[in-house]
Design a protein around this ligand. Structure first.
Ligand SMILES: Nc1ncnc2c1ncn2[C@@H]1O[C@H](COP(=O)(O)OP(=O)(O)O)[C@@H](O)[C@H]1O
Ligand SMILES: [Mg+2]
Length: 441
C-alpha cells in the first residue's frame, strides 16, 4: 500500500492546511463527471459527525427532554492523490463506516455533519457526491441465483442506461477481465443453501459491479473482513492495482488487537535499537557489547509496554488524548513507586512496597543497575577523591546497597519484566473482545 493510515493518524492529521488554503481560494465551481475524468486528488477537511438522541421514550417526559450527544467523527482531515490507495484502520465502532459514509455523502440526517469534501481542489455539493464516488458496502448484496456475468450485465443495464447493449457487453467483459473473473463468468453466485463461487470471488463481483461506471474514487468498507489471509492478500493487491490506474481507492480495514501488535512491533524493536545504540555509546555507559545488548533488551520492554497499555486502554476509553496522558501518568507513577530511585523500598509505606511488585519499572531498574555495575572494581585515591568516595570499592557493593539481592535475581527479573508483555497482550485481547461485543449489541 502506498499510504496506510491508522484511524488515529487520520483523526490527528492536521498537516494539510497549506493545500486546503489553496482549495478554498479556488472557489466552489461545479465539478462534473467530465472534469473528474482527469482526477488529481481528493481532500477531506475537518469532517465531524455528532448524533444526539433523547434519553428516554416520549411518554417519560422528563427523560425525553434530556438528550445525549455523541461525537462519532471529530475533525477528520486527509488528502489522497490519484493513483494512491488509503487504508483506514480501526476496530469495531471506531467510526470507519461513518467516515466513508460522510465522505461519500451517504450519511443520513439523524446527526449533525460538518466539514467539506474537495475533489481536484473544488468543493463538492451534496448532489455531486453520487457521481464522484463508488461505494462497495461491507456485505455483498448479490442475488444468489444469477451467474457472475448476469449479475454484472443487469447491474450495467441499470447503471449505464444510455449505453448500447454492445457497449454494455464490452464493459462487462472488460471489468471481468480486470478483476480476473473470466473463469467464473457462467458460475452462479450461490448462497447459504447451495454452493457457488468462493467468498473472495463474491467480493470481487461486488467490486466489479461498482467498477462498471468507471468511478475515479472507489470507497470500500472492510473488503477484507471475513476472508482468509490468502484471499485478503489477493484483494489488497487487486485494489492497489486498481488505484495505480489513475484512481483513488479508500478502504477501511477492521483491525484486531493482534493485527495492531503485528503492525507496531517491528517498528518498536527497530526504533528502540536505534535509540539505545545512540544513547548507550554517547552517554559513556559500560563499553561492553554484551551489557549493551542487555541494556537494549531492558529498555525495549517499557517501550512496548507503553504501546500495549495504550492499546489496552483504547479498547475501553474512546478518547486517544485521554489514553495518551493516562499512559504517561501511569508510567510516572510506576517510576515513583517501582524504581527505587527517589525513595528506597524500605522507606516506603508497606502498601507501596507491595504495589512496587506490580510495576515493570521495579524489575527494569534493578536490571539496568546490575547490567551497568556488575563486576566493576573501582580504584580508590582517597586524597584526590570526594569525601566518602572510598566507601564503595566495587560495583557489586553499589548494587547491594541500593537493591539488596538484585545480583541473584537477574534472570528472574528478566523473566518477570518480559512477562508483562504476554499479560498485556491477553488483557488487550480481552478488552477489544468486550468492546467488539458491546458495539455489536
Ligand atoms: N446514526 C447514528 N446514531 C447513533 N449512533 C451511531 C450512528 N451512526 C453510527 N453510530 C455509532 O457510531 C459508532 C461508529 O460506528 P461505525 O462507523 O459503524 O463504526 P465501524 O464501521 O468502525 O465499526 C458506533 O458505536 C455506532 O453505534
Ligand atoms: Mg463498519
Amino acid at each position: 500500500m502506498s499510504q496506510l493510515y491508522s484511524m488515529q493518524d487520520v483523526l490527528q492529521n492536521n498537516g494539510l492546511n497549506g493545500s486546503f488554503k489553496l482549495v478554498s481560494e479556488m472557489g466552489t465551481s461545479q465539478p462534473n463527471w467530465d472534469y473528474v475524468e482527469s482526477l488529481c486528488c481528493l481532500s477531506v477537511k475537518n469532517v465531524s459527525y455528532t448524533v444526539s438522541e433523547h434519553v428516554g421514550p416520549w411518554w417519560d417526559l422528563p427523560s425525553f427532554r434530556k438528550k445525549w450527544t455523541r461525537q462519532i467523527l471529530n475533525r477528520v482531515s486527509f488528502h489522497v492523490d490519484s493513483g494512491q490507495i488509503m487504508g483506514i484502520l480501526g476496530n469495531s465502532g471506531s467510526g470507519k463506516t461513518t467516515l466513508l459514509d460522510a465522505v461519500a455523502g451517504r450519511i443520513g440526517n439523524s446527526g449533525k455533519l460538518l466539514g467539506e469534501v474537495f475533489v481536484n481542489g473544488r468543493k463538492l455539493k451534496a448532489e455531486q457526491f453520487q457521481d464522484c464516488f463508488s461505494y462497495v458496502l461491507q456485505s455483498d448484496n448479490l442475488l444468489s441465483y444469477l451467474t457472475v456475468e448476469e449479475t454484472l450485465t443487469y447491474t450495467a443495464q441499470l447503471a449505464l442506461r444510455k449505453h448500447s447493449s454492445e457497449a454494455i457487453r464490452k464493459k462487462v467483459t472488460a471489468v471481468m477481465a480486470e478483476l480476473s473473473l473470466g473463469h467464473v463468468a457462467h458460475s452462479v453466485i450461490g448462497g447459504r443453501i447451495f454452493p457457488g463461487i468462493s467468498g473472495g470471488e463474491r467480493r470481487r463481483v461486488s467490486i466489479a459491479s461498482q467498477l462498471l461506471q468507471d468511478p475515479k474514487v472507489i470507497l470500500l468498507d472492510e473488503p477484507t473482513t471475513g476472508l482468509d489471509s490468502m484471499t485478503t492478500n489477493q484483494i489488497v493487491v487487486l485494489l492497489a492495482e486498481l488505484a495505480r490506474r489513475d484512481r483513488i481507492v479508500i478502504v477501511t480495514i477492521h483491525h484486531t488487537f493482534l493485527a495492531y501488535i503485528i503492525h507496531i512491533l517491528p517498528f518498536s524493536i527497530i526504533s528502540v535499537f536505534i535509540f539505545t545504540s545512540f544513547l548507550y555509546w554517547t552517554v559513556g555507559m559500560n563499553p561492553d557489547p554484551v551489557r549493551f545488548v542487555c541494556f537494549s533488551a531492558v529498555v525495549m520492554v517499557p517501550h512496548i509496554v507503553g504501546e500495549l497499555l495504550t492499546l489496552v486502554l483504547l479498547g475501553v476509553v474512546q478518547d486517544p488524548n485521554m489514553v495518551n496522558s493516562g499512559v504517561a501518568l501511569l508510567n510516572i507513577a510506576g517510576i515513583m513507586v517501582g524504581s527505587g530511585f527517589l525513595r528506597s523500598f524500605k522507606q516506603m509505606p508497606v502498601v507501596f512496597q507491595w504495589l512496587s511488585y506490580l510495576t515493570f519499572q521495579k524489575y527494569g531498574c534493578e536490571l539496568l543497575i546490575v547490567t551497568e555495575f556488575y563486576g566493576l572494581n573501582f580504584t580508590c585515591t582517597p586524597l584526590a577523591g570526594l569525601p566518602g568516595s572510598c566507601l564503595m570499592d566495587s560495583g557489586n557493593m553499589i548494587i547491594d546497597q541500593g537493591y539488596p539481592g538484585a545480583l541473584s535475581r537477574y534472570t528472574q527479573d528478566f523473566l518477570l519484566l518480559y512477562a508483562f508483555l504476554p499479560a498485556l497482550v491477553i488483557l488487550g485481547i480481552i478488552s477489544f473482545k468486550i468492546r467488539d461485543h458491546l458495539v455489536r449489541r
